[in-house]
Write a new protein. Structure first.
Length: 201
């Protein structure tokens, strides 16, 4: 079953579209004071507690890989144990925001879909469809392309006028044409942008 079919099935069955982020972060000072092992244990305990509490209400989970990579080699153990705790069949999105082409993109796709077993991934569209092709080669996976983000500096590029429309609208139209397995990342705090993207894609 494809990622988006699985999500639609869960939404229909549960009546929810909740996506739960799992982002264990320790400020450098706290991390230094506690030590890596204690941070690892605290992060795992928190993740397992969050998964257990949200399982009846969640449609999917979305760990941001940066927070796990910050643990070094143990980060993959933390991620794997977190994923193992998710309900069976629950899809999860690797929030990786990768963006490259050719063999590098293929290596990213292998790492995320092949090694980690993610069902979907977030990507940067800046290099065009070439950057998505290696991920689209993995059957039944989902791709979420950055379109209109919520950070204040995003407008420097995303709001540029491109032929009478903002660049993010052009990105929405272009990326959604690549595959029915492509979704878009759009800031939830910008209703006007949401309306514009929905109209374009």
């Amino acid at each position: 079953m494809s990622f988006f079919d699985a999500i639609e099935k869960i939404v229909d069955e549960k009546g929810t579209s909740l996506c739960v982020g799992l982002d264990p972060w320790f400020e450098p000072e706290r991390r230094a004071a506690l030590g890596l092992d204690a941070c690892f244990d605290a992060a795992l305990e928190a993740n397992l507690r969050i998964v257990e509490a949200t399982a009846p209400f969640a449609a999917c989970y979305k760990p941001n890989l940066a927070f796990y990579e910050a643990f070094g080699p143990r980060g993959y153990e933390l991620l794997e144990r977190t994923v193992e705790a998710m309900p069976e069949g629950m899809p999860w999105i690797a929030d990786a925001k990768r963006g490259d082409i050719d063999s590098t993109a293929a290596a990213y796709a292998q790492a995320i879909f092949g090694n980690l077993g993610a069902d979907a991934v977030t990507l940067s569209p800046y290099m065009g469809k070439d950057g998505a092709d290696a991920f689209l080669a993995w059957k039944d996976t989902g791709l979420f392309l950055l379109c209109k983000t919520s950070n204040p500096g995003a407008t420097a590029f995303q709001a540029l006028d491109v032929g009478g429309e903002p660049l993010f609208v052009r990105v929405a139209r272009e990326c959604s044409s690549w595959s029915p397995r492509v979704g878009l990342v759009v800031a939830g705090n910008d209703p006007e942008a949401l309306r514009a993207v929905r109209a374009a894609a």
